[in-house]
Design a binder for this molecule. Structure first.
Ligand SMILES: NC(=O)c1ccc[n+]([C@@H]2O[C@H](COP(=O)([O-])OP(=O)(O)OC[C@H]3O[C@@H](n4cnc5c(N)ncnc54)[C@H](OP(=O)(O)O)[C@@H]3O)[C@@H](O)[C@H]2O)c1
Length: 254
């Protein structure tokens, strides 16, 4: 039987209860990986695991709020208990605040909520991933940033700052661990049809029309169009790539 691309690899994907994370977990499972999925909504988490197992794959769900260091400790305890290693990690969990205040009107609560999840949560996960990858002699990490990691958008200072932070973190960690056989990169999606975009559309009149008009391909992307790139970045075909990002945005940032 032909060996699949990620056969026997232990892969962690965060933010798997919807959107890009869900598509990424499904894609890894389809390529033979043992997939550990993590997010907060347990029913959705269990539903994805059922689907992967029904399709002949291997997966588990560990309820994790990436804002909570105790949850992340628990996630890694469970991963190591079950598999004793972690080959690949995709730090994808993220959120945006539905309100779009200008900088001066942003509240401390709004700022903290987005930074705590996207920037601090990604950093907390990376700390544990790197610790384990150093102990086992290597690994691969992909962080989900955004085109707003290198551009701006009106009313999204908290989200833009959090995604700029993810790119800074990706580059610094890639540099620090390059000689330790740990490859770290980021993916920068543009507009992708997921819950985050759907929620934003409820607060921004004509959002879909505006986004489509600003995108060279004149359409919103599908989660699988990002997961395919993430899988490639985690594969041996990307073995000389570190500290960089791939933009998947239908031409919105060109
Ligand atoms: N869609 C886009 O247009 C777009 C563009 C650029 C970048 N991105 C980025 O892509 C990533 C995935 O988002 P998506 O588009 O797939 O949106 P989504 O459908 O809203 O998915 C977000 C995922 O993150 C999880 N999550 C949120 N807060 C969490 C927390 N505190 N702890 C653990 N999990 C948490 C959610 O699960 P629970 O609620 O169950 O915890 C959900 O599974 C995010 O980092 C987002 O910023 C998206």
């Amino acid at each position: 039987m032909e060996k699949k691309r990620f056969s026997d690899k232990v892969v962690l994907v965060t933010g798997t209860t919807s959107g890009i994370g869900r598509a990424t977990a499904l894609a890894f499972a389809g390529e033979g990986a043992k997939v550990v999925t993590a997010a907060r909504r347990e029913e959705r988490g269990a539903e994805l695991v059922d689907q992967i197992i029904k399709d002949g794959g291997e997966a588990c769900f560990i309820r994790t709020d990436i804002r909570n260091p105790g949850d992340i400790d628990n996630l890694f305890e469970k991963i190591l208990e079950k598999y004793c290693r972690l080959d690949i990690a995709v730090n994808n969990a993220g959120m945006s605040h539905p309100h779009i205040p200008t900088v001066a009107k942003t509240t401390v609560e709004e700022w903290d909520a987005v930074i705590e999840t996207n920037a601090r949560g990604t950093w907390l996960c990376m700390k544990q991933e790197i610790k384990q990858m150093l102990a086992q002699g290597g690994g691969v990490i992909v962080n989900t940033a955004s085109i707003l990691g290198f551009t701006a958008d009106y009313g999204l200072s908290h989200y833009c700052a959090s995604k700029h932070a993810i790119l800074g973190l990706t580059r610094t960690a890639a540099y620090e661990y390059a000689k330790k056989n740990i490859r770290i990169n980021a993916v920068c999606p543009g507009p992708i049809q997921t819950e985050i975009l759907e929620r934003a559309s409820q607060f921004i009149p004509n959002m879909y029309e505006m986004v489509i008009a600003n995108t060279a391909m004149k359409r919103i992307g599908e989660p699988r169009e990002v997961s395919g790139i993430i899988l490639w970045m985690c594969s041996d075909e990307a073995s000389y790539m570190i500290g960089k990002e791939i933009v998947v945005d239908g031409g919105q940032s060109i």
